[in-house]
Design a protein around this ligand. Structure first.
Ligand code: SF4
Length: 362
């Protein structure tokens, strides 16, 4: 068996040793990983940290993604999904949503709901939707609404965040996804999503959710105009909040895709930069157990490779008929069977494990 000094230079050795022994690294050290460590070295370190978290298991679940509308009060420059005109907008009624879930209900454990931020829909509108879903499918876990959506719903109904979350929770909300975080750096945020609430509001909503017993995920939109340092500082804000609340289940880096949006002139990052970002996320976020590659966004091939760079979760079967990521340039058809997911994981040398929405093994 090789020792770490056969893989790392004498300059790299102290940092590598600290990572291999499970110690926390600083933002400066994370930047050193970007600049001074090779892809095989990062793979080795991230795989070691991943085994700390979940041995050789890679998780997936059976879910359906529902987007109630693409009408949105905001107009993020990277968004390929928002309705561009009145004729391009759609709305799924509660009945239509229940019908969609019915078509797969025997095969799923989770309904995942996010979408555009509709100008008129508040907390009470969505509470009614959740109640209807729960009435028809009492066994499903509802993971719903980004922090941005929740903040806006509360504003519409003149409620505080904690109060709004409580109403949604009583109506059937079981956990929250991690979308809308983008990049917390305010200067970047102003350029890519100028109308959206600041990053600190995203963090406040998740803090309140965790306090009320709702687990959530966290995302980061990377590979556009942000620097590596801004990526690391985004992750540092998440790591700090996780130290405080322990409410995040998974971190999901989302690669910026450049088709059909107002940032199409920005080239997408090369795969090597993506793999570095995933592996450094695994090493830096030592208190968030799961690192997810959201396969409809990154593609099945990348998702499979990412399992060797710290990823231990591939999300699920998705069944997303509105195709948020296909619109943004992903080549994926947004549905995968459990057999395909299991094969993809096993081919990569890992053990496929079905999970529920809060990572209990099914
Ligand atoms: S990313 Fe979300 S909030 Fe921004 S315009 Fe698109 S749908 Fe609206």
């Amino acid at each position: 068996m090789k020792t770490s000094n056969q893989y790392f230079t004498p300059q790299q050795q102290p940092l590598a040793e600290r990572i291999l022994s499970g110690q926390r690294i600083s933002e400066h050290e994370a930047l050193t990983l970007f600049s001074d460590f090779s892809i095989p070295q990062l793979s080795l370190l991230a795989t070691n940290r991943k085994r700390f978290a979940s041995q050789d298991k890679v998780f997936y679940n059976r879910n359906i993604h529902i987007e109630p509308t693409n009408i949105c009060v905001y107009n993020c420059r990277f968004c390929s999904y928002r309705a561009k005109s009145e004729t391009d907008g759609y709305i799924l009624t509660a009945e239509k949503i229940v019908e969609k879930i019915s078509s797969v209900s025997g095969n799923i454990t989770e309904v995942h709901i996010t979408g555009g931020v509709h100008p008129e829909w508040g907390i009470h509108y969505f509470a009614e939707l959740l109640k209807k879903i729960k009435h028809s499918f009492p066994q499903v876990h509802i993971k719903a609404f980004t922090a941005v959506e929740i903040a806006y719903m509360c504003k519409i109904d003149n409620l505080g965040i904690a109060e709004g979350l409580n109403i949604l929770k009583n109506a059937g909300l079981s956990s929250m996804p991690g979308g809308g975080a983008e990049i917390f750096d305010e200067l970047v945020r102003e350029k890519i999503s100028p109308e959206k609430p600041p990053g600190r509001l995203w963090l406040d909503v998740h803090r309140e959710a965790h306090k009320s017993g709702l687990a959530s995920n966290a995302t980061m939109l990377f590979g556009h105009i942000e620097t590596r340092a801004q990526r690391i500082s985004h992750m540092a804000a998440l790591r700090d909040l996780q130290d405080e609340t322990k409410g995040f289940n998974a971190f999901i880096p989302l690669k910026f895709r450049n088709m059909d949006n107002r940032m199409s002139d920005i080239p997408e990052t090369p795969i090597i930069e993506d793999l570095k970002t995933y592996s450094i996320a695994r090493i830096f976020l030592d208190n968030i157990q799961h690192l997810k590659a959201y396969w409809p966004a990154v593609g099945r091939d990348f998702a499979q490779i990412s399992l060797h760079f710290g990823v231990n979760d591939l999300d699920g079967t998705i069944n997303d008929s509105t195709s948020i990521y296909t619109r943004a340039g992903s080549n994926e058809s947004p549905a995968m069977t459990t057999t395909e997911l299991q094969r993809l994981i096993a081919e990569s040398g890992y053990i496929p494990v079905e999970r529920d929405s809060v990572y209990n093994e099914v």
